[in-house]
Design a protein around this ligand. Structure first.
Ligand code: GLN
Length: 445
């Protein structure tokens, strides 16, 4: 009831939840209570979670923040959601996000922007903005978000909470409405790092529905090291787009780590400029393919305007119901996949992805962690970036590397800037090194 009262008090302004399952959650709470008394309750008994609108939950709506899926109800639950339910967690509601996860500020939702609880003139960050604000404003204990290029970490940083993007292949994507399948991950957001670890434990692991997931005993064991060697990419830490307060806080963090006995080294990374182009070429290509399933026939919205034939129906439906950013990405993706440009863009980006991945992993052979600020600035004012998509994409500079390389990364709070807006500190490590990341994060917060 505490969380419900917080939702009651703040949600109409913040717009973090699109739907609240109040009655259902209360009924479940009574049941869980009985189970607790009879000693049959699951390990997460009574844990109140919210789920991003991109995740399916049996017999509940999932709109992916889009008009094209309004009226869509899922017949099954995402594996990650189901595993939490199996441990008696309680789902309190469905959280607002950028349409299909495409955005960095949660202003691309067809259901309106999410406002930052710290200062409501500012954005929440995206695309898991509703999930971040729900935790920030204590409207639930934990949120499940998704991260394709920073969508967990960026809003976590903007809202002053913690968010973990797991290794690609650690958490099943079954039941996650796909944006860019080779980048998409599901992960937890919370106020406490411990809670991230708790949830990760249950949502991880092999699943017959997603062949890319690896079971825990296959997780690569890292060669034994001191666990104390930390690298940061010089070009990123000195990047001209970096807000001065953030740069200062970041270097102060590094100094603190040195005092604690960590070895901190600035390293070169020759692909900084290639990160965003590689990410946006490949994700738009995958998105254009994934989103072809929304045609007015199989799910959700269909145009009511009279149409000439099937093709016309597809066109009118998609034209009416996809937002501007989604259309932009479908067009970009279709372009980079088109016969004449495929090799110049798509194939090339695949090759560069391989280089980025190999170089990043070689750094992580030598160092235990790669750290950076999570974002180059604190939360933008509402509307500040919406007119210029390229400016918007630039904001993802620090987060996309983990997705391009498939690596785990966390964002934890790093104090506030001169305007009292939260800043984020990012820690990345080699594949399946979440435990090491979480341990270091616990030490730093
Ligand atoms: N801002 C990035 C994008 O729009 C990240 C989105 C995400 O991680 N879902 O692609």
């Amino acid at each position: 009831t505490y969380y419900l009262s917080q939702i009651e008090a703040h949600n109409s302004k913040l717009n973090a939840f699109l739907e609240v399952y109040a009655e259902e959650a209360l009924e479940k709470a009574v049941l869980v209570d009985q189970k607790l008394q009879s000693g049959t309750a699951g390990e997460l008994a009574g844990l109140v979670i919210g789920i991003k609108d991109l995740l399916c939950y049996e017999n509940h709506r999932s709109y992916a923040g889009s008009k094209i899926l309004d009226t869509f109800k899922s017949t099954f639950s995402a594996t990650a959601v189901q595993r939490l339910l199996d441990q008696d967690a309680i789902v309190i509601g469905r959280q607002n996000c950028d349409e299909f996860g495409m955005g960095s500020t949660n202003e691309n939702s067809a259901y309106g922007p999410v406002l930052n609880f710290k200062n409501t003139a500012h954005v929440a960050g995206g695309s898991s903005g509703g999930s971040a604000v729900a935790v920030q404003a204590n409207m639930c204990h934990i949120s499940l978000g998704t991260d394709t290029g920073g969508s967990i970490r960026m809003p976590a940083a903007f809202c002053g909470v913690a968010g973990l993007k797991p290794t690609y292949g650690r958490v099943s994507r079954w039941g996650l409405i796909a944006y860019a399948s080779s980048f998409d991950t599901i992960g937890p957001m919370a106020r406490q790092v411990d809670d991230l670890a708790l949830v990760l434990k249950y949502i991880s692991g092999a699943d017959g529905q997603d062949s890319t997931v690896v079971s825990p005993n296959e997780f690569k064991k890292k060669k034994p090291t001191s666990g104390k060697r930390i690298a940061y990419i010089k070009e990123m830490a000195e990047h001209p787009s970096l807000q001065l307060d953030i740069k200062k806080a970041f270097f102060e963090r590094l100094e603190q780590m040195k005092l604690k006995g960590y070895e901190v080294v600035g390293v070169d990374f020759p692909f900084v400029e290639a990160l965003l182009p590689t990410y946006y070429v490949l994700t738009t290509a995958e998105a254009s393919s994934n989103l072809s399933r929304f045609d007015g026939v199989k799910f959700g919205h269909r145009t009511e305007v009279p149409t000439k034939d099937l093709l016309d129906m597809y066109k009118k439906t998609r034209d009416e119901a996809f937002g501007e950013e989604v259309k932009r990405r479908i067009m970009l993706g279709t372009f980079v996949l088109s016969a004449d440009y495929y090799d110049a863009y798509y194939t090339k980006a695949q090759k560069v992805r391989r280089l980025i991945k190999e170089f990043t992993q070689s750094l992580l052979q030598e160092y235990d962690f790669l750290v950076s600020p999570t974002t180059s600035s604190t939360a933008y004012r509402l509307g500040e970036k919406t007119l210029d998509p390229l400016q918007m994409y630039l904001g993802d500079l620090f987060t996309v590397q983990a997705n391009v390389a498939g690596l785990p990364a966390i964002s934890i709070p790093m104090g506030v800037d001169a305007q009292s807006l939260p800043m984020g500190f990012q820690i990345m490590a080699d594949v399946f090194q979440e435990e090491a990341i979480l341990n270091l994060a616990t030490e730093l917060v």
